[in-house]
Design a binder for this molecule. Structure first.
Ligand SMILES: *Cc1c(COP(=O)(O)O)cnc(C)c1O
Length: 234
């Protein structure tokens, strides 16, 4: 049986918006300063159609193949496609033609590949630098120590528009741990913005598990899957 994505999303979206409203109020911010990226990975194209029906336009995928399939089917008109998952170097060029923003740029080397693709296409590729601010080993992202210089180097590349930073928190319910992870990204953003006018202020942080904490810590883009569309198939 197919899930009625639009019906479900109507309800789940209002819950997510309520959470954002409460968290922004607590932080003295406007709810409109937080963009919802609906992460449709693991869900069929109907999930994306539901997003459009409900007046959202930002959708996220974490695998290049799935992004490619959905873009081929649904196009790029009226949608902003976000690549939120790891991008292998050899797929960098392809992603540039598919995604409007790449959240997961986790090495200067990958940034260089994306930059070359941007230059060849004659347009700047919008990226976020992913930083590992949780300190967990084996986690994707630039190591927090040294991230500042790496992001400054990325910002110098032609063909890129470095719009801000992204992080992923550990899977925990400990607010203290989540807050610290997000605050570290915000503080890094503040230092970078002070050092370079080539770096934007976006903070992509907050998923289903840690949405409210991320918004309280300054998130400008939340990447929400499960809370909007339900559990994904394993
Ligand atoms: C899957 C995914 C999300 C959304 O996760 P949920 O917990 O389902 O909200 C966000 N960011 C990235 C990078 C993801 O891979």
């Amino acid at each position: 049986m197919t899930v009625a994505y639009a019906d479900r999303l109507r309800e789940s979206l209002s819950r997510v918006r309520e959470t954002i409203a409460v968290a922004t109020l607590a932080a003295g911010r406007e709810p409109s300063t937080v963009r919802i990226v609906a992460v449709t990975k693991g869900h069929p194209p109907d999930a994306v159609r539901a997003v459009l029906q409900l007046g959202l336009s930002d959708v996220g995928e974490n695998r290049v193949e799935e992004l490619e399939g959905k873009v081929a089917l649904l196009g790029q008109e009226g949608l902003r496609w976000h690549m939120v998952g790891h991008v292998q170097g050899r797929k960098a060029r392809g992603v540039v033609g598919l995604a409007d923003m790449i959240h997961s740029v986790d090495s200067v080397r990958l940034a260089e590949r994306l930059a070359r693709a941007g230059v060849d296409r004659g347009r700047n590729v919008a990226i976020l630098a992913q930083v590992n601010t949780s300190g967990e080993g084996g986690k994707q992202g630039l190591p927090h120590a040294g991230a500042e210089e790496a992001v400054l180097a990325m910002a110098e590349l032609p063909g890129l528009s470095l719009e801000g930073l992204m992080t992923m928190a550990p899977l925990t319910d400990e607010t203290r741990v989540l807050s610290a992870t997000f605050a570290r990204l915000r503080e890094l953003r503040d230092r970078l913005v002070a050092r370079s006018d080539q770096i934007g202020g976006e903070l992509s942080m907050g998923m289903t598990n840690d949405l409210a904490v991320a918004v309280r810590e300054g998130s400008t883009m939340v990447r929400i899957g499960t809370a909007l569309f339900g559990e994904r198939d394993a």
